[in-house]
Structure formats: structure tokens, C-alpha cells
Design a protein around this ligand. Structure first.
Ligand code: SAJ
Length: 422
């Protein structure tokens, strides 16, 4: 099977870096996306997302003629589907983007092609994808009906890269390869070995799907443990950061860090894919999601109490006179990604509820998202430290580290990250 032309469907946070890395290994890459704007930007050798060093490698790949973006599918040897898999309001997975990617590639599929699902998906999604493809191309055979003799090979190979370190992790991380048959796995493994320096470990499609969900659920459950501890310690008047430092000195204990909640597009989503398939069994995984999802509300309650206490000790002032500053809006430290961010959610709610000024300090952005510009002022770290009455530390950005809790005007502080707690 030839693997000279590779088509990537979905040029987002995973698809575009993957396309660029294949192109950097001198493979002909056709990137397909429904977003004409993104396609135009990429064809100019630029990028529409934020990821360190991605601009350089995309520019090089496009200039050398190895990477080209388009809205229309073209024939290729392998197709990699990297589209979003969000959940619906009731936490049920939404596979519409996968179905529409299948519709897109079906007309150009040829005997001998390999189709890989990279999107994080509920167990069974790869089989569902193969069923859709078979439905759209009844003239071709697929592994679910023809096993090893099928015309098309199908596999699930979940991405597991950390935003902010995508290019390094794409190459260095081990890769789980879940073919629908051993020959499908073998073909997918050959494809990834073009750039993966880690091990390509072979399993079946369902185990590969569950493996990715398990990794993110493991992290979610462990963060929930830390978040629950922080709420317990607040009630018992114990410094949770000191407690965790002490407990982690035990050779078999490694507690993660509490925060204002869990953000991003993966850890707060993927565990629901397990819960939706096995609602009666996934008790701990569901409880962890609920603990983490409730943490922003707990921070908001703390903010209300802090404002009330401030007013009690400053007679003559009204809530309208009180300025609240939120430090950090991104979903995790040292990135500019505000999507699915508990810090943003908290700041937004405070701005809706508090009649006084609400300021935000976010060193990684130049302007606030449009919907926040009327109610929140983006300000400097110094102004917020000097002039805000209530301070809420939400993200442990490097610019915020090293500030002492003993600096003046720190009496009314809610530190959800434990970096100003001495
Ligand atoms: N967080 C805490 N406390 C911690 C660690 C994280 O509150 O101790 C919070 C962060 O602030 C953030 C959220 O969790 O809001 C998620 O951040 P993260 O850095 O843990 O993970 P993501 O979402 O950026 O990337 C994860 C990674 N998965 C794992 O580490 C198991 C990455 O490898 C996956 O590829 C990615 O999800 C994905 O695409 O699924």
C-alpha cells in the first residue's frame, strides 16, 4: 500500500499540526476544511490557531509545495479524520462532524485506502464511522463485513498531545493504534511511523477509543480529588497547598493541584463519553465531573462573601464602589486560549452580578472577546494589584508568580491556585 498522499479532514488544533508534520517528512498532504477562511490562511503559509512554532513549520511546508488546503476532498492514499466531537446538552456525544467528514471523503475513496479516526470518540464510534462509509460507498467493502479482505482499512488512533507542546508531543509520544482488524492496525502503524519516534502500540479500535477516554478521565478524577480537598480544607481552616506538598512527600502519593475548575476541550468533555455509554457503572467518573464542574460556583460564592466582608469593614461604601480584579482568563497557565475556561466563566458571572467595576488581567491577550468588552475592563497587573479592592487569582500564569501575599492591599484575596499564599 502506497502512503505518498495523505489527506487530513479538519485543520484545527490537531489536524493542522499533524498535516504539517507529515508534510515536513516530504509527504504530499491535502488538508480539507469547511472553513474557507482557514483554508485561505493556510495556503498563504500562515496559521489560524495559536500553537508555538506551528507557523514556521506550516510556512515551510506550504512554500515547499508539500501542504495544500482546500474545501473540496481529493483522492489520497490515507485519510485522517480530526474533527471536533463535542457533547450535546444532555452530555450525549455528538458525532455529526464525523458523519459529515464521512460524506465528504466517501466520493473520493478508492480500493486500498486507509481511513483513520483521530478525533476523541466514544467507544463504538470507529465502527459507526465504518458503517457510514459503507452506506455512502456500497461498491466498496469494509472490515466490519469483509474482515482482513476489505477494500478499505479502518483504524482509530487517538491524538494525545498537550496544547502548547503539540509539535514535540506529536513526534515523541507513544501512539495507540486501534485497527478494526490486524491488517488495519498494521497499515495505520506504517503511516504513523513516518513521523512518530515513540512506540506505535497496536490494539483494537474499541480499546483505543477507551484508552484515550481513560487517560483524560484519570486526570479529571485526580483533579477532582484535589478540588474536593481544597473545599474541605477551606472549611477546616487548613492550607490545602501546604497539605498537598506534605502528603506528596509520601513515596506513593502524587496529588494534583486544585484550581477554579477544569477547562479546555478534552478533560471536561471526554469523561462524559464514558458516562453516556455506561451510566450505571461510571459512578466515580461522573462524580469527578460534577465536583470539577461545581468548582467555579464555589469560587463565585467566595467572591460574594469577600465583597460582603469588605463592605462591612468599610462603612459608607456601597457595592458599586468596590472594584473586583480577576487575574487570568485562559483555561490554563501561559496560553491565550480562553475557550471552555473556568476563569473566564467566573469573571463573566462576577461582571453580571456585581454592580461595581470588574477588571481582568490576562497578559496573553491584547483585547477581550467582544461579548465581555462592555462589562469588563482589561487592565495591567500593576493597576489591578494597586487599586482593586477584591482580588481573585484564577490562573497561575508565569507573570503572576513571585508576587507576595504580603504586598499591600492583599487583604481581600481569593487565591484559587495557591501561588499567592506564601
Ligand atoms: N488542571 C488543574 N489541576 C492540575 C492540572 C490541570 O486544575 O493539577 C486543569 C487546568 O488548569 C485546565 C485543565 O485541568 O483547566 C486541563 O489542563 P491539562 O493541562 O491537564 O490538559 P489539556 O486539556 O490541555 O490536555 C489534555 C491532556 N491529557 C492528559 O494529560 C491526560 C493531553 O495529553 C490530551 O491530548 C488533551 O487533553 C486532549 O486533546 O485530549
Amino acid at each position: 500500500m502506497s502512503l505518498d498522499t495523505i489527506s487530513i479532514i479538519g485543520l484545527g488544533y490537531i489536524g493542522l499540526p499533524t498535516a504539517a508534520v507529515f508534510a515536513s517528512r516530504k509527504k504530499r498532504v491535502i488538508g480539507v476544511d469547511v472553513n474557507q477562511k482557514a483554508v485561505d490562511i493556510i495556503n498563504r503559509g500562515q496559521i489560524h490557531i495559536v500553537e508555538p512554532e506551528l507557523d514556521i513549520i506550516v510556512h515551510a511546508a506550504v512554500s515547499a509545495g508539500y501542504l495544500r488546503a482546500t474545501t473540496q476532498p481529493e483522492p489520497a492514499d490515507a485519510f485522517l479524520i480530526a474533527v471536533p466531537t463535542p457533547f450535546k446538552d444532555d452530555h450525549q456525544p455528538d458525532l455529526d462532524y464525523i458523519e459529515s467528514a464521512c460524506r465528504t471523503i466517501a466520493p473520493v475513496l478508492r480500493k486500498g485506502n486507509l481511513v483513520i479516526l483521530e478525533s476523541t470518540s466514544p467507544v463504538g464510534a470507529t465502527e459507526q464511522m465504518a458503517d457510514w462509509l459503507a452506506q455512502f460507498r456500497p461498491d466498496l467493502t469494509f472490515p466490519q463485513t469483509h474482515g482482513e479482505d476489505s477494500d478499505i482499512r479502518v483504524a482509530h488512533c487517538p491524538e494525545r498531545v498537550l496544547p502548547g507542546h503539540v509539535l514535540r508531543e506529536l513526534v515523541q509520544n507513544d501512539r495507540v493504534i486501534g485497527g478494526m482488524t490486524p491488517r488495519c492496525s498494521e497499515a495505520a502503524s506504517r503511516l504513523y511511523k513516518i513521523f512518530v519516534e515513540g512506540d506505535c502500540v497496536i490494539t483494537n479500535a474499541r480499546t483505543a477509543e477507551m484508552c484515550k477516554l481513560t487517560e483524560n478521565s484519570f486526570r479529571d478524577v485526580n483533579i477532582a480529588f484535589a478540588n474536593e480537598l481544597s473545599i474541605i480544607c477551606d472549611k477546616l481552616d487548613i492550607n490545602v497547598w501546604e497539605l498537598i506538598r506534605l502528603a506528596n512527600r509520601h513515596p506513593r502519593v502524587n496529588i494534583l493541584q486544585p484550581g477554579p475548575g477544569v477547562g479546555g476541550h478534552c478533560i471536561a468533555v471526554d469523561p462524559w463519553f464514558i458516562v453516556s455509554k455506561t451510566p450505571d457503572e461510571a459512578k466515580l467518573i461522573r462524580a469527578a465531573r460534577e465536583v470539577n464542574d461545581s468548582k467555579p460556583g464555589w469560587v463565585l460564592d467566595k467572591a460574594k462573601v469577600a465583597i460582603a466582608e469588605y463592605l462591612q469593614t468599610h462603612p459608607g461604601m456601597t457595592a458599586r464602589d468596590v472594584t473586583v480584579a480577576c487575574f487570568g482568563l485562559a483555561f490554563k497557565p501561559d496560553i491565550d486560549d480562553l475557550r471552555e475556561s473556568p476563569a473566564l466563566e467566573i469573571t463573566h458571572h462576577i461582571a453580571q452580578q456585581h454592580p461595581g467595576a470588574v477588571w481582568a488581567v490576562e497578559p496573553n491577550i491584547d483585547e477581550l472577546p467582544k461579548d465581555l468588552r462592555g462589562s469588563i475592563k482589561l487592565t495591567s497587573l500593576d493597576e489591578a494589584l494597586d487599586l482593586a479592592h477584591i482580588k481573585i487569582l484564577l490562573v497561575d500564569h508565569k507573570q503572576f508568580k513571585g508576587i507576595q501575599r504580603s504586598t499591600p492591599h492583599m487583604e481581600y484575596l481569593i487565591d484559587t491556585r495557591g501561588i499567592w499564599h506564601g
